[in-house]
Design a binder for this molecule. Structure first.
Ligand SMILES: Cc1ncc(COP(=O)(O)O)c(C=O)c1O
Length: 384
């Protein structure tokens, strides 16, 4: 049984080539990369060890057991039926997104929401596609979007792709079934392909409900491209394994053909081994991890209210990311970053998520042992 103590323990990550920990000086706590400072579930560690012991690491195929484990997870955890033939594989979600867009919607612009996970801006740019965006607004304690603006851009004829972040990074917003139905219906009416990035879809705070685009009626989900992975859920991003679910066989074949033609590598057998074990046996670990992260958000809420009221955040419904509002400090992005690093904590610079939408904001990765988080919060207070 996984208990909170699993998440309290903190093996040293410096000296392990961790992208997050290698880039900051010894005295700085890195909280800018979306990767957890938690060990992956024991079932994953055991499966990798057993596979490594075999000593044979030749070219490998993806076994049916992986597809079965993924489909069973989707059914059990999210109530979505995914047929094996609907699943394509990719090393990373962003690789999958880029090649899917290149295959299906090469002509017009791309709609995204701001603030935005940075690759949602660079992928269209790489493909030479103009970017259209809608700024999310904080209203009555929740992040929302203006559906009139959405409808207007969709009807304008200049966009053929919409990248949806479901749940949303960096605000942690879970989209309701009603909102998703509205977004996808508008896109359907105007011939816009929806790319739903659901990589954070398992990291759902207790009491919240995640709705996958795959659970919407066939006429809406049938034309969407849904990208997901076990990498955020079980802290496996270094193992490079993700899934692209496409119900339309015409669309799926186009994506598969283009990826094949360009020799785009898929997951490695170690990634498949880890993902299969996690999808089969990692559910209890995931639920405990979500409870622990929610406890971290409790700590942050209390800390900012009592000790640092200049900083606030809307409590995320999903993800382990907190989108912190520093605007009351009056400091610009560079100055905020400089002061925080000087005080020994590095957060994700808000302006990387959109120059306007991110000004005065910072993103904090809260998937870490509570004592590390407490220390980081104290350092934020010192910085200000
Ligand atoms: C919304 C979202 N999509 C994709 C990724 C990256 O996925 P991958 O490493 O599989 O490309 C991240 C990582 O932070 C993310 O937050």
């Amino acid at each position: 049984m996984t208990t909170a103590s699993w998440f309290d323990s903190f093996p040293e990550r410096r000296g392990t080539d961790s992208e997050k920990w290698a880039h900051v000086p010894e005295n700085v706590i890195p909280m800018f990369v979306a990767d957890m400072d938690f060990r992956s579930p024991q079932c994953v560690i055991d499966a990798l060890r057993e596979r490594a012991e075999h000593g044979m690491y030749g070219y490998s195929m993806v076994p049916g057991s992986f597809y079965d484990a993924f489909a069973a997870w989707e059914e059990r955890v999210h109530g979505c039926h995914v047929a094996r033939e609907e699943i394509l594989l990719s090393a990373g979600v962003i690789t999958g997104l880029q090649w899917s867009m290149k295959a299906l919607t090469p002509e017009k612009g791309v709609l995204i929401f701001h603030p935005s996970y940075p690759p949602f801006m660079s992928v269209p740019e790489n493909l030479g596609k103009p970017l259209f965006s809608i700024e999310m607004e904080a209203r009555d304690g929740a992040w929302t979007v203006d559906f009139d603006a959405f409808e207007k851009i969709a009807a304008g004829g200049e966009v053929d792709a919409f990248i949806l972040c479901n749940p949303h990074n960096p605000t942690g917003r879970v989209w309701s079934r009603e909102e998703l139905t509205r977004m996808l219906s508008i896109c359907h009416a105007h011939g816009i392909t929806v790319y739903s990035d659901e990589i954070h879809g398992d990291i759902i705070m207790p009491g919240e409900e995640f709705v996958s685009v795959l659970s919407l009626p066939e006429e809406l989900s049938g034309e969407a491209v849904v990208l997901t992975a076990p990498s955020k859920t079980f802290n496996l991003p270094g193992l490079q394994t993700s899934c692209i679910v496409v119900r339309s066989s015409e669309k799926r074949q186009k994506i598969a053909a283009l990826m094949r033609k360009n020799h785009i590598p898929g997951p490695t057998f170690m990634g498949i081994t880890a993902a299969t074990a996690a999808y089969r046996e990692g559910e209890e670990w995931m639920r405990e991890m979500n409870r622990y992260v929610s406890g971290n958000f409790d700590l942050m809420t209390e800390f900012f209210a009592r000790k640092l009221p200049q900083v606030s955040f809307i409590r995320p419904q999903a993800t382990y990311l907190a989108w912190l509002d520093f605007r009351r400090t009056g400091l610009n992005a560079d100055e905020l970053d400089r002061r925080l690093v000087q005080a020994g904590v590095q957060l994700g610079k808000g302006t990387n998520f959109g120059k306007k939408a991110g000004e005065g904001y910072m993103r904090l990765t809260a998937a870490c042992p509570r004592r590390l988080l407490s220390e980081a919060l104290e350092r934020i207070r010192t910085a200000l």
